[in-house]
Design a protein around this ligand. Structure first.
Ligand code: TXA
Ligand code: MG
Length: 337
């Protein structure tokens, strides 16, 4: 299969026409969003959704997020809309927030990975919403990487992973946020954050009060433990390099790594201390770290890095999302200095 790329910033009409035609006929299209790029197909069409799992090489018990372009598209997809979801939607939609609710019968079981719930998001990216609107159906879309690789934040990285596997990629420029959306479930008694992202735990608490954060956000699952979110049990965001996170000060990092042959994954301004270094944003600035993390991981692979020591982000704000992705990239290899 030939994979075409159309730049929607310069060819809007052509991009929307081609994308919507393919999506309506049950094909998979790579689309930009403000978090990361998605692999989109008609969420209500079982055969189309199966093609997403094949293109990604994703286990079929890992459910997909269903993307809508307007709040009016929500109610047909779910059994009921909890009050707190309405409050959250008016505060954070469109945006990097995915909310899980009991699904209605129009959502096929392949889309929800066999679960009775469905994850819904309204992206902020104007191109994403224009594509959903012109397709005329909600779009199921996981991140547009091969299963297990870092999520792609630009059309080139989607092409690297998906060339020959899907017919079309829509290029809308770099993703603004750079890590995937916050996922929170309202199917539990107390709403529970399953994956941290651009909408922070602190912001959600301010908006709806008591919430929980799933254990798997900060830790590896213990043996026999079942994941509230199936995605958390798989190896994730892993570059080819072997990453170890060094928790502690820059001073201790320098001391620990001295004399070793390695690539440094460090914050801006720290690269001058090392022979081989890639930076991922500013220290204590989660948003700037999020914007760089997945690109930095791909760059380390391009540079042929084998051993990587990473500086550790702060666990507050968007930093929590950065930490959550980094510990998975590192296979939970963390050393306290
Ligand atoms: O920012 C994003 O969310 C991107 C863009 C493309 O929108 N999408 C994305 O999708 O990251 P994906 O499939 O890579 O991650 C979805 C996560 C997975 O960990 C999955 O297990 C979880 O959400 N999930 C989806 N539906 C669920 C459900 N019904 N119950 C629990 N977890 C669910
Ligand atoms: Mg993903």
């Amino acid at each position: 299969m030939q994979t075409r790329v159309i730049d929607i910033r310069t060819n809007k009409n052509e991009a929307l026409e081609e994308a919507s035609e393919l999506l309506k006929s049950g094909e998979v299209v790579g689309i930009p969003t403000e978090t990361v790029y998605g692999l989109a197909a008609n969420a209500l069409d079982e055969e189309a959704v199966k093609k997403i799992y094949i293109a990604k090489g994703r286990p079929s018990d890992n459910p997909l997020i269903v993307h809508i372009s307007d709040i009016s598209e929500l109610s047909p997809l779910v059994k009921e809309i909890p009050e707190k979801v309405k409050v959250m939607a008016s505060a954070f939609w469109p945006g990097p927030l995915t909310m899980i609710m009991k699904k209605s019968d129009v959502i096929p079981s392949v889309t929800s990975g066999g679960l009775s719930t469905v994850a819904i998001r309204m992206p902020e990216n104007e191109y994403a919403r224009a594509i959903i609107k012109s397709a005329g159906v909600p779009l199921a879309a996981p991140s547009a990487n091969l299963s297990g690789s870092p999520s792609p934040t630009n059309a080139k990285y989607v092409f690297d992973d998906m060339n020959g596997r899907i017919p079309l990629i829509i290029d809308g420029g770099a993703s603004k946020i750079g890590v995937e959306s916050t996922v929170i479930t309202f199917a539990t008694e107390i709403p529970t954050v399953l994956r941290p992202g651009g909408v922070t735990v602190e912001e959600i608490r301010e908006t709806i009060g008591e919430i929980k954060v799933a254990d798997a956000v900060l830790h590896d699952l213990k043996e026999g433990e079942t994941a509230a979110s199936p995605g958390m049990k798989y190896k994730h965001y892993a570059p080819k390099a072997n990453i170890t996170i060094l928790k502690g000060s820059l001073e201790k990092y320098i001391e620990y790594t001295s004399g070793k042959d390695f690539f440094a994954l460090v914050f801006e301004g720290e690269e001058k201390f090392f022979k081989n270094a890639v930076t991922y944003g500013k220290a204590n600035d989660g948003l700037s770290e999020a914007g760089r993390l997945f690109d930095a991981l791909r760059e380390l692979d391009e540079m042929g890095a084998k051993t990587v020591f990473a500086r550790c982000p702060e666990l507050t704000g968007v930093g929590l999302a950065v930490y959550n992705r980094l510990i998975r990239s590192a296979g939970f290899n963390i050393i306290e200095l």
